[in-house]
Each structure stands twice: as structure tokens, then as C-alpha cells.
Design a protein around this ligand. Sequence first.
Ligand SMILES: *[C@@H]1O[C@H](CO)[C@@H](O)[C@H](O)[C@H]1NC(C)=O
Ligand SMILES: *[C@@H]1O[C@H](CO)[C@@H](O)[C@H](O)[C@H]1NC(C)=O
Ligand SMILES: *[C@@H]1O[C@H](CO)[C@@H](O)[C@H](O)[C@H]1NC(C)=O
Ligand SMILES: *[C@@H]1O[C@H](CO)[C@@H](O)[C@H](O)[C@H]1NC(C)=O
Ligand SMILES: *[C@@H]1O[C@H](CO)[C@@H](O)[C@H](O)[C@H]1NC(C)=O
Ligand SMILES: *[C@@H]1O[C@H](CO)[C@@H](O)[C@H](O)[C@H]1NC(C)=O
Ligand SMILES: *[C@@H]1O[C@H](CO)[C@@H](O)[C@H](O)[C@H]1NC(C)=O
Ligand SMILES: *[C@@H]1O[C@H](CO)[C@@H](O)[C@H](O)[C@H]1NC(C)=O
Ligand SMILES: *[C@@H]1O[C@H](CO)[C@@H](O)[C@H](O)[C@H]1NC(C)=O
Ligand SMILES: *[C@@H]1O[C@H](CO)[C@@H](O)[C@H](O)[C@H]1NC(C)=O
Ligand SMILES: *[C@@H]1O[C@H](CO)[C@@H](O)[C@H](O)[C@H]1NC(C)=O
Ligand SMILES: *[C@@H]1O[C@H](CO)[C@@H](O)[C@H](O)[C@H]1NC(C)=O
Length: 559
Amino acid sequence: MNRYAKIAFTLLIFLIYIQLGFSQLPSEQISTMSRVYEIIKNETGTQFIWNNVSKDSSPCSWKGVRCTPDNSSIIKLSFSLFSISGSEFLPFICQIDTLEFIDLSYNYLSSIPGGFITDCGEISGLKLLNFSVNRLVGSLPNFNRFRMLDHLDFSQNSLTGEIDSQFLELDSLKSLNLSQNNFTGAIPINLGKLYLLEELQLSFNQFTGGLIPDEFGGLSKLKILILSINDLSGGIPNSLSNISTLLRFAANQNKFNGTIPPGITSHLRNLDLSYNSLTGTIPSDLLARTNLQSIDLSYNKLEGSIPENIHTRLFRLRLGGNSLNGTLPGESLGSLGELTYLELDNNNLTGSIPPEISKCTNLALLNLARNGLTGPLPTSLGNLANLQVLNLQLNRFVGEIPTQITMLHRLQRLKLSWNSLSGSIPDSFSNLGNLTNLDLQGNHLRGSIPDSIGYLDILLELQLGKNQLSGHIPAMPQSLQIALNLSYNLFEVDIPISLSRLTSLEVLDLSNNRFSGEIPKFLMQMQTLTRLVLTNNQLSGVVPQFENSVMSKQKEIRI
Ligand SMILES: *[C@@H]1O[C@H](CO)[C@@H](O)[C@H](O)[C@H]1NC(C)=O
Ligand SMILES: *[C@@H]1O[C@H](CO)[C@@H](O)[C@H](O)[C@H]1NC(C)=O
Ligand SMILES: *[C@@H]1O[C@H](CO)[C@@H](O)[C@H](O)[C@H]1NC(C)=O
Ligand SMILES: *[C@@H]1O[C@H](CO)[C@@H](O)[C@H](O)[C@H]1NC(C)=O
Ligand SMILES: *[C@@H]1O[C@H](CO)[C@@H](O)[C@H](O)[C@H]1NC(C)=O
Ligand SMILES: *[C@@H]1O[C@H](CO)[C@@H](O)[C@H](O)[C@H]1NC(C)=O
Ligand SMILES: *[C@@H]1O[C@H](CO)[C@@H](O)[C@H](O)[C@H]1NC(C)=O
Ligand SMILES: *[C@@H]1O[C@H](CO)[C@@H](O)[C@H](O)[C@H]1NC(C)=O
Ligand SMILES: *[C@@H]1O[C@H](CO)[C@@H](O)[C@H](O)[C@H]1NC(C)=O
Ligand SMILES: *[C@@H]1O[C@H](CO)[C@@H](O)[C@H](O)[C@H]1NC(C)=O
Ligand SMILES: *[C@@H]1O[C@H](CO)[C@@H](O)[C@H](O)[C@H]1NC(C)=O
Ligand SMILES: *[C@@H]1O[C@H](CO)[C@@H](O)[C@H](O)[C@H]1NC(C)=O
């Protein structure tokens, strides 16, 4: 290499070095951030998030500040959880005209200064504004200057007033979240013109009035539409079935009425229309769509029977709290191998539990309570190895409790109460090591309580009232806390001293039996008891008094 080439080469290396090492933010951005640093420091005091960085260091290294890879400009400010309550810094950040992303979520901001709207509205590359979880009040300013915005989030504030033209010209908007505020008035038809919209969340406000605008049917890219918890009324529009991109539609907890439009699940994965006033029958192909994963129609006024045609990949089916009648569709249930949550409680269903239910091996929750179901409990329930909650109370089931139920190792809550079950409590109940709540009250169970009950060592509640149980009272699990209720049975023994070990118990009801002997003093020393009911027995002796230390809490004692 000759001399000139050497010099040229050194120069080149030097230039590259300068380019890489010393490329830095424009001085205006540095001075802006320096000012923002001061304001936030002044205001957040000991909570100051940049306590560990010097004001003279490059802002690109500060928490929440993101620069381009060559550090030539700031593109993102993420001031989430910065404990900021004052808004005066907001107009300053608008001087950084390279910003694409501003996240101010989880602070204490109560207002958006006009200067922010005018100045940040000039930033042509700004794509995201996140004000969620602050304390914004008043009505929402007009955001039409922010033409390039694609994400706008005002959720969880206290904003009020109506939405009309605030977003009318934001034709790049893909995601708008106004949930958990106090907005009123109708759902703005204008939103139906934001053709690129993919996600729209308006839940938990006070939007009123009839009808979801039919214009929403033209939002051909919409994936998520959440209208839950408002005061919306009228019918569910047919036009939503035309949106082939729509995956999730929730309109629960409103006042929608009329019937369910038949094609509504043509494309949906998740549909939630629970807690409305929908009437009529469930359209016969509503549950059959292959895309469908989760459907919740509970607490409406639906009648007729459960459609036979149910898609085999369904994960969650909730139809409780309606007036559905007819029998459980055994054949279709037998094909629902992925079904995890099945809730059909509070209806008028009749007939027996079809044995095919045993094929729903993924079931974690089965709730058939409060229907008119009859017949014996199928032994095949024992195949539902993933069950955690089994609610069959308030039906007309007969026969014995199948021991197969005690094979459900994961079971946490078992309610078989208020049926006509007979026979004795299977000894093998002790297999249910995960059981926390056991409710067998209001049946015709006989015999004694199996000694093995003591092995249920995380049991919190044992309801055995209104049966024909007798014999001795075994040692109860020490974990019992919510209640031990043995009332309305045929117990004739002394109240056993072993109850004194129940040091967490809050409610003890032994009433309406033939317990005899003296009322034991230890009952008066049970610190946690708030209700003690011993009425209608054959107890004798003086009624002991509660110790003063035990009387600190309000107690109800009936002897
Ligand atoms: C800091 O706060 C005080 C009182 O709130 C105010 O007078 C002062 O101007 C503030 N300083 C800066 C740099 O914002
Ligand atoms: C300053 O603290 C934050 C956590 O609060 C941390 O993420 C950041 O890396 C720290 N910066 C420096 C320069 O130590
Ligand atoms: C950009 O700035 C950060 C933080 O100061 C630094 O860690 C990084 O090395 C810089 N990148 C370049 C290419 O200079
Ligand atoms: C806004 O911030 C919250 C909290 O950090 C986050 O959960 C939410 O997804 C953000 N919104 C958008 C549109 O990115
Ligand atoms: C909405 O207003 C009601 C009273 O009208 C109030 O109780 C509630 O907290 C407000 N909700 C929000 C998110 O500000
Ligand atoms: C608001 O809704 C948008 C769009 O669905 C979502 O991305 C964002 O996470 C939501 N914000 C919060 C705080 O959950
Ligand atoms: C659905 O789209 C078709 C064709 O685009 C149109 O003819 C029909 O009226 C639409 N249905 C509803 C209910 O909007
Ligand atoms: C729905 O409710 C409105 C009143 O809120 C009533 O005028 C209308 O007739 C109802 N529609 C149906 C189909 O029940
Ligand atoms: C069940 O049907 C009976 C008569 O068939 C009726 O009186 C009752 O209201 C119905 N219950 C529900 C929850 O629909
Ligand atoms: C179910 O209820 C409907 C009315 O809601 C009634 O016409 C029908 O006969 C009932 N079916 C059965 C099996 O009870
Ligand atoms: C409790 O349930 C877990 C699974 O959820 C299971 O692995 C464990 O064996 C169960 N415990 C008992 C005592 O059956
Ligand atoms: C105990 O159960 C019976 C019926 O099984 C019920 O009537 C009573 O209210 C229950 N006792 C308490 C204290 O809850």
C-alpha cells in the first residue's frame, strides 16, 4: 500500500468511526428531553424514575426512551408507571417531531393540554397514543389532526360526554379503546367509517340507545368488537355476520332484545351475548360453525331446546339462566372432546344425564344445577378425569352416589345437594384429596359419615344437612372453615370432643338431631365461630357462656 492509499484508508476508518460512534441526537431533542427531565423530576419527587441517570447522559439510555438504531432521533416514549400527575410536560414532548409512539399509561394525568393536541397533531409519523389507566376527566378532545394514528387507547379513565366527530378523520385507525369510562349517548355511527378498524373496545361505559349501527357491517377488517356492560338496547344486527374477519364479539350485560340472528357465528371464534333480554330459540346451526371456540348466551330469555348440532372443537359453552327445555343432546355431547366448560344451569332441562358425557374428557367445569334432570347419576361421570367443579344440585336425581365419582382426583367443588339421592356416603370419598367444598345436603342419604372423611385435608366446607345420617361423628378435617352443617339428621350421640380441633371453623350447625349429653364447654372457646346452632336436640346441663376473649366478634348463638 502506498503512502496516499494509507492516508486515504486511515481517513476512511476515521470517518466510519465518527459515523458509528458519535452519531447523536439533534440538539433540540436533547434540550427538550432535558426540560422534560426537570419537569418530571420536580413533580414526581422521590418517585422520580430517572433518579439513577444523569441529565447529561444520552436520553437514548434513559428508561422509557427509545431511539433509532443509530441514535439519531427519538422514536418512542414509554412513560408507563412513571407516577406523573401533572400534564405540563405533554406539549414539550411534541417538539420531538420524530416520535412514533407515546405511551403514558398507568399515571395520574387528569387533563390533556390544548398545546398537546395542536402540537403533537403536527407529528406526521405518530402512530400510537396510549392514555389508558389515568384520571382523565371531562369530554374527549378532537383528535382529527392525528391523521396517521393507528392505535388510540383511552381506557380506564373517567371521561364523560358523547363521542361524535372526535375520530371522524382518523382513517388510518386500526385500534380504538374507550372502555371503562363514563361516556354517554349513542354508539357513534361515524366509527362505521373507519374502514381500517380492526379492534374496537367500548365496554363499561354508559352508552345507550337502540341498535348497534348497521354501518358497522362495513368495517370489513374488524377482528374484535367489545360492547359489554353498557345500556345498549335493540336487536343484534344481522350485518355483523357479513364481517368475515370478526373473531370476537362481546355485547354482554346490556339490554339487547329480539332474537339471535342466525348467521352471527358464521366467522366468530368467541361470542358473548350473556345478560341481555334475547328471546326466541337458539338457531339450529349457531353452535355448529367450525370456527367457533367459545359461546356464552347465559342469562337471557331463550327457550326451546339445545341444538343437536354442535361443533366438535367447542371449548366453552354457557347457556345457563334461560328457559331452555328438552333433554341434553347426548349424541353431540359425545363428540365434544375439547369441551372444557359446560354450563347449562338454571334452565328447564329434563331427562337424564346421557352416558355419552363421559367422552367429554377435557371438562373442567360441569354445571347442570337447577334443572328438572332425573334418573341416576351415570357411573361414567368417573371418566371425566379433569373435572374440578361438578354442580348437579337442585335437580331430581335418584339412586346412590356412584363410587366412580370419587375417582375424580382433581375435583375441588362437588355439589349434589337438593336431589333425591339415597344410599350411604361412599367410603372412598377420601380419594378426593383436592376437595374444598362438599355439599350433599337435602337428599335421602343414610348410614354414618365415613371415618375416611378426615383425610380430606383441605376441605373448607361440609354440608350434610337434611338427610337421614346417623351413627357416630368421625374426626372432621381440621381445615374446615366455612361451615360444618349436620343439621336435620338422625344423630343421637354426644357432641364429640374432636370438634374442638376445628380451630378455623366459622359456622357449626348441629340443630334438629337427637344429640344428647351436656353442651360441651369447648364450643365456647372456639375463637373463630361466628354462628353456632344447637337447637332442637336433647342436650342437657347449663348453657355455658362464651369467654370474653371469644366474644370480640359479633356472634349468633342458638341453643
Ligand atoms: C418546580 O415546581 C415548583 C412548584 O411546583 C415550580 O414553582 C417550579 O417552577 C418548578 N420547576 C420546574 C423546573 O418545573
Ligand atoms: C435505572 O433504573 C432502571 C429501573 O428503574 C433500570 O431499568 C435502568 O437500567 C437503570 N439505568 C441505569 C443507567 O442504571
Ligand atoms: C445508542 O445509545 C445507547 C444508549 O446510550 C447505547 O447503548 C448504544 O450503544 C448507542 N448505539 C449507537 C449505534 O451508538
Ligand atoms: C396501553 O397500555 C396498557 C398498559 O401498559 C396496555 O395494556 C395496552 O395494551 C396499551 N394499549 C395499546 C393500544 O397498546
Ligand atoms: C362513572 O360515574 C359513576 C357515577 O355516575 C361513578 O360511580 C363511577 O365511578 C364513574 N366511573 C368512572 C370509570 O369514572
Ligand atoms: C384497549 O383495546 C385495545 C384493542 O383491543 C387493546 O390492544 C389494548 O390492550 C386495550 N387496553 C387495555 C388497557 O387493556
Ligand atoms: C351482507 O353482504 C351482502 C353482499 O355484500 C349484502 O348483499 C347483504 O345485504 C349484507 N347483509 C347484511 C345483513 O348487511
Ligand atoms: C326491544 O325493546 C324495545 C324497547 O326497548 C321495544 O320497543 C321493542 O319492541 C323490543 N323488540 C323486541 C323484538 O322485543
Ligand atoms: C319451567 O317450566 C315450567 C312449566 O313448564 C314453568 O312454569 C317455569 O317458569 C319454567 N322455568 C323456567 C326457568 O323457565
Ligand atoms: C319447550 O318449550 C316450548 C315453549 O317455550 C314448548 O312449545 C315445547 O313444547 C317445550 N318442549 C318440551 C319438550 O317441553
Ligand atoms: C390434586 O390435583 C392435582 C392436579 O390438579 C393432582 O396432580 C393431584 O394428584 C391431586 N391430589 C390428590 C390428592 O389427588
Ligand atoms: C344448615 O343446613 C340446613 C339445611 O341443610 C339449612 O337449613 C341451615 O340454614 C344451615 N345452617 C346454617 C347455619 O347455615
